[in-house]
Design a protein around this ligand. Structure first.
Ligand SMILES: Nc1nc2c(ncn2[C@@H]2O[C@H](COP(=O)(O)OP(=O)(O)OP(=O)(O)O)[C@@H](O)[C@H]2O)c(=O)[nH]1
Ligand SMILES: [Mg+2]
Length: 315
């Protein structure tokens, strides 16, 4: 891990159709929502990054999913900032920032270096594909990683998420351990994002098992699950091979879980959240306004952990 660089270098990987590109598109939409009372903005640091983000977030704002990624994007560079307004109405937002280890007074300032790969690049055979040969190296150089865990793929009991996780973790280990033979685990921070948590198939399964319930009153806010709830859900859904692989590769205190939805839940215009009518999907299309859940939070968590470590190591 590089401690001398100011910005946090972040990489995303996960299975084909797991929701990686939609997550990135949702990041832009999430910045419009004044999350935790702060003024978020995402700024593209070069033209290709701007064009890509505009394209994919444009789809999402038009209530359509971006198309599947067909080629590696190159390194996309963005700066994610949050400037707390001077007249915060309450301390709630400030306190939440503190929970993430971010100072309630300071602005958030994260530089994201993201490579958006097609999920197919993580399949074994494709790693022989010369277009993706630098992928493990690029991910090994990141300070922080997001693994997009597709819960839909896990429902049938197959080990698809594990296969995608393990293929690339093995390559990152090889890359890392060649340079550092004494190292036993990877040094990166890992956010495991359980994507598509709004999907009714997932919610029904979780409800039936008593693992997670939507708020049962329309008076309550829309769901905003905590990392503890996410870990609980992950432990229920994920194949044990994947759980073991995460623990083997990443330090427990450098791993966190998030229940994410890039599209969020449907709320009828002018009404409150209604648990009996909250699916934001209708015949495969996005039904209402996109309101991402736990899309900014994993990045806030990763950034704060990397920053805390750098401060500790520089003492
Ligand atoms: N319900 C729900 N479905 C989602 C969400 N995000 C993505 N999807 C579904 O998953 C599909 C794939 O999403 P992508 O973002 O393209 O996935 P990806 O990981 O970038 O896929 P590749 O680029 O093909 O590897 C979308 O077309 C949607 O059908 C979400 O937040 N909620
Ligand atoms: Mg994609």
């Amino acid at each position: 891990m590089q401690v001398d660089k100011e910005h946090v270098k972040l990489g995303i990987w996960g299975p084909t159709s797991g929701g990686k590109t939609t997550f990135l598109a949702a990041l832009k939409i999430a910045t419009f929502a004044n999350t935790y009372g702060a003024n978020w903005a995402i700024t593209s640091l070069d033209d290709p990054s701007e064009a890509y983000l505009n394209e994919i977030s444009g789809f999402l704002m038009d209530q359509e999913f971006p198309e599947g990624t067909t080629s590696q994007t190159g390194v996309l560079r963005y700066r994610l900032t949050a400037a707390p307004p001077s007249d915060w109405l309450s301390n709630i937002g400030r306190n939440i920032f503190k929970v993430f280890g971010l100072s309630g007074e300071a602005a958030v300032n994260i530089e994201l270096n993201i490579v958006d790969y097609p999920g197919s690049a993580f399949e074994n055979s494709r790693l022989q594909d010369s277009r993706y040969e630098n992928l493990p190296e690029a991910l090994a150089k990141c300070d922080a990683l997001v693994f997009s865990f597709d819960p839909i793929r896990e429902l049938d009991g197959k080990r698809e998420n594990f296969r995608f996780f393990d293929n690339i973790a093995e390559r990152i280990r090889r890359q890392t351990f060649t340079d550092n033979p004494d190292q036993l685990q990877l040094g990166q921070f890992l956010a495991v994002c359980i994507t598509k948590f709004d999907d009714s198939r997932i919610l029904e399964r979780l409800e039936q098992a008593g693992i997670f319930h939507l708020p049962d009153s329309i008076e309550e806010d829309r769901p905003n699950p905590t990392p503890e709830q996410a870990k609980f859900v992950f432990d229920y859904l994920a194949h044990k091979f994947l759980k073991n692989a995460i623990e083997t590769n990443f330090h427990e205190d450098r791993t966190e879980y998030f229940l994410s939805s890039s599209i969020g839940f449907y709320v009828a215009p002018g009404q409150n959240f209604n648990p009996d009518d909250c699916s934001n999907l209708e015949e495969g299309k996005i039904r209402g306004e996109v309101s991402p859940i736990n899309v900014l939070e994993p990045l806030m968590w990763l950034e704060s952990k990397v920053r805390q470590l750098r401060i500790k190591e520089s003492r």
